[in-house]
Design a protein around this ligand. Structure first.
Ligand SMILES: [Zn+2]
Length: 305
């Protein structure tokens, strides 16, 4: 290769490099259309929180989810590759109350000074849990409490990306109104239930039960993933018969075996309640909760008003 050719290559490379830098800069200016590179990268621990972030963040934000749809946050630990996403993310939205048992390790490993860690349940009233000292973590399953999560997400995104303030505020206002509607729809439906006795897979519905005036008759697995003993099975069957609980609610993230055994013995049907969603037809929180409401109507016996 001649000296001149080498110089030409050098000039060409410099031009390409400069073009890349200039275009790179251009995409961050607010006048250009957003592309994936200019989006604010944030990480959410579970699908419902991820969906809240999408609703509020819209096109300005890219959300990654640590616990994938179909997995249970009680047992799933994010992979090292997932944890590495935290090294270049701007925020990590956690539920708290002990749900993200992997969080401390992941945050420490990420060593990212720009990462804002937001524990969404912080400052909220926590219901006690018999097997978890921190309390019951499933606050998002009560729409009224989910609204606090959405407000914290809105405030955090405004802090990270002040230019998007109007967008985040408008999106949050619209979505909060939808959550109010969901709350009203649940209230209406529950008023027509024939039974208020809930037998659920684990204590995931505690806040929902508390806020809508239902009653937790029994829980199949006090520790999710640990099947009930023969004595516990007999006790739950007895409770179902005594309270007249009309159904047993299983969960798609765990085997329905224990629920089926108990339901068969008690002579009631098994239905499903999904605390997490993330997959069609329950890919959004609203779709998830309306789907769950239909299951509750089937299980607890809705009067036709
Ligand atoms: Zn749970």
């Amino acid at each position: 290769m001649t000296k001149r050719a080498l110089i030409r290559i050098a000039i060409l490379s410099t031009t390409i490099l400069l073009t890349t830098i200039l275009t790179g800069c251009k995409t961050t200016t607010p006048t250009t259309n957003s592309n994936s590179n200019s989006k604010i990268l944030v990480v959410a621990s579970i699908p419902p929180i991820s969906n809240f972030v999408k609703e509020v963040g819209g096109d300005r934000v890219e959300v990654l989810t640590m616990v994938p749809p179909g997995a249970s946050p009680h047992t799933y630990e994010p992979t090292p590759a997932q944890m590495r996403d935290l090294t270049h993310a701007r925020a990590l939205f956690l539920n708290g109350v002990g749900l993200e048992f992997w969080a401390d390790k992941a945050i420490k490993a990420a060593d990212n000074p720009n990462l804002q860690v937001v524990v969404l349940s912080e400052g909220m009233q926590i219901l006690e849990s018999s097997e978890n000292a921190a309390g019951n973590p499933h606050l998002w399953l009560s729409p009224k409490r989910a609204k606090h999560y959405v407000e914290r997400i809105r405030d955090t995104l405004i802090e990270i990306d002040p230019e998007g303030k109007a967008t985040y505020q408008a999106n949050a206002d619209r979505y909060l109104a939808e959550l109010d509607q969901l709350d009203a729809d649940i209230r209406d439906a529950v008023a027509h239930f024939k039974s208020r006795e809930m037998v659920t897979f684990h204590a995931s519905w505690a806040y929902f039960i508390h806020d809508y005036g239902l009653h937790q008759a029994a829980v199949l697995e006090t520790t999710p993933g640990k099947e009930p003993s023969a004595a516990e099975v007999a006790e739950i069957v007895e409770i179902i018969k005594r309270t007249g609980a009309p159904a047993v609610f299983a969960e798609p993230q765990f085997s329905p075996r224990a629920a089926q055994v108990i339901a068969d013995e008690a002579g009631v049907p098994v239905l499903t309640l999904d605390p997490l969603g993330g997959l069609p037809p329950r890919e959004t929180y609203l779709k998830l909760m309306y789907w769950n409401l239909e299951q509750l109507k089937k299980g607890l016996g809705a009067d036709t008003p």
